[in-house]
Design a protein around this ligand. Structure first.
Ligand code: 3PG
Length: 215
């Protein structure tokens, strides 16, 4: 069985509709994973992206996946092996800074719904040709930000974006108020220092603030 692009986008749309913000997480210590996920879910952010940038990431996905009410995906997918590892760890969706044919095929083969990154009209059109109409817009801040997404929505209104990279509490609404933005990703809800210090209440407060951003 393979996962069709249409089904992948449908599944990711459901994930993206759960809350306005998807936390982008870098987990260094697996013992932090579960309480971190619990704090974010309690704060109203159930969809969590764990980036595959640390040795602890795959174990963190496993640990976080046990938290009731959460849905955990893997970020920073670059190679087909990343996709296999993410799937084996229990990731329910996959996020990549970009997209390659090999990565797209691996996600379809492993039935891991891919949220692929694209920023230019040609990158977006290439993904549309393959059947993907829900994309990550990365790196959002340095790729023109909300005005760029608005401009792409002129000729390509059929594509919906999850901007990530440079999104913060103060500018998130610039993105979320656009009709072609479904949610945004951001790391600010789980600052490394608070995670290291186990300040779960403070992280829950940041999550609650983010979860109440109007869409
Ligand atoms: C990332 O891949 O690190 C994300 O885009 C998060 O970016 P941010 O730290 O600017 O939220």
């Amino acid at each position: 069985m393979t996962l069709s692009p249409q089904d992948a986008c449908k599944m990711n749309r459901e994930v993206c509709e759960m809350a306005p913000i998807v936390p982008v997480l870098v987990v260094n210590d697996v013992t932090r994973a579960r309480p971190l996920a619990e704090a974010l879910v309690a704060g109203g952010l159930p969809a969590l992206e764990v980036t595959l940038r640390t040795p602890a990431a795959l174990d963190a996905i496993k640990a976080m996946s046990e938290v009731p009410g959460g849905i955990v995906g893997a970020g920073t997918l670059v190679t087909p092996q990343d996709v296999k590892n993410a799937k084996a760890a229990g990731a329910k969706f996959g996020v990549s800074p970009g997209a390659t044919d090999a990565l797209i095929k691996a996600c379809e083969d492993e039935e891991l719904p891919l949220l692929a990154g694209a920023v230019t009209a040609s990158e977006v059109m290439r993904m549309l040709e393959k059947g993907y109409d829900l994309l990550k817009f990365f790196p959002a801040g340095t790729s023109g930000g909300a005005p760029a997404i608005k401009a792409i929505g002129g000729p390509l209104p059929q594509v919906t974006f999850c901007p990530t990279g440079g999104v913060s509490l103060s500018n998130a609404m610039d993105y979320l108020s656009l009709p072609n933005v479904i949610c945004a990703g951001g790391s600010w809800v789980a600052p490394g220092k608070l995670v290291d210090e186990g300040k779960w209440d403070e992280i829950e407060t940041l999550a609650r603030e983010a979860s109440q951003l109007g869409k």
